[in-house]
Design a protein around this ligand. Sequence first.
Ligand SMILES: NC(=O)c1ccc[n+]([C@@H]2O[C@H](COP(=O)([O-])OP(=O)(O)OC[C@H]3O[C@@H](n4cnc5c(N)ncnc54)[C@H](OP(=O)(O)O)[C@@H]3O)[C@@H](O)[C@H]2O)c1
Length: 310
Amino acid sequence: MERLVSGVGPVVLGSVGLWVMYYLMQRLRLKNRLQDSVVVITGASSGLGKECARVFHAAGARLVLCGRNQTRLQELAQELTGETTDGNRQTYTPRTVTFDLSNTETVAAAGEEILKCYGHVDVLINNAGISYRGNIIDTHVSVQRDVMETNFFGPVALTQAVLPSMVQRRSGHVVAISSVQGRIAIPYRSAYAASKHATQAYFDCLRAEVERFGLQVTVVSPGYIRTNLSLNAVTGDGSQYGVMDKTTAAGRDPVEVAHSVLRAVNQRQKDVLLAGPLPTVAVYLRTLWPALFFKLMASRARKEHRLKEE
Ligand SMILES: NC(=O)c1ccc[n+]([C@@H]2O[C@H](COP(=O)([O-])OP(=O)(O)OC[C@H]3O[C@@H](n4cnc5c(N)ncnc54)[C@H](OP(=O)(O)O)[C@@H]3O)[C@@H](O)[C@H]2O)c1
């Protein structure tokens, strides 16, 4: 028995040692994964997209920054070009491609322009988006459709424009920045919540369909982030909401969220929920105890309605 134990000891130790070495090598490999890779970021002119641009640039990625405002994209590209790094990493001057995601007719052409920048895309981050505030009864159907165009059909068209090239190369990673509201629908956010639920569903299907080509798909669902999203939101008649909501102002630092996106890409995470305890409980409640979830949402709607009336 003693002989058996003394024989097993070195085998266990050796196996653990080998496993630790393998783990460290994997970590190192994943850490350097983004050096020289081509990363496309939509909505790079502001908020989370801008911070993603900073962290992916610092990781050595060759960036293609997208948005509607060429001046703001150029300013960011110049700022990043002038940045010093830790000396170990080579960084690149970002390219820019300007287009409107809500005009799906032009997105395919933008996809071609993006592919021409470096000949391929390693990571596509579908980040651009617009929010909405309003009650369904007073909201024009055209507004519901517009939000859907920017948040859903635009990213779908762009993804499908670069997908054939990824499939051909048997390599590529598509990221969708969704929202907690892609998991739970909150009253007075119908257009936004619907577009993000559609996003979650589409990219979940995509993940399953492209796995056989070796492609990765990540859906990131953050809670509130401190950006201009509520300021830029549209209302029921299509006008700009123009208010910095308290919830948004008290949200997560976009730099922190951008690092989570970087980690999700490096570690090839499939689905990331970046929410505090309350929204996380709500997500599970929606599935496990829907009756209670619906009651809570109706009570929230009544409260919000009363506050608006006051
Ligand atoms: N902030 C939050 O609380 C929060 C929470 C969860 C999820 N998110 C998601 O995070 C993503 C980034 O939003 P953010 O918070 O960083 O908001 P943001 O500061 O308002 O930035 C939105 C970005 O989207 C771009 N964009 C908007 N409409 C576009 C269009 N039609 N075509 C092309 N680009 C367009 C804007 O660029 P231009 O205006 O220059 O074109 C801008 O760069 C969105 O998908 C949002 O849904 C945000």
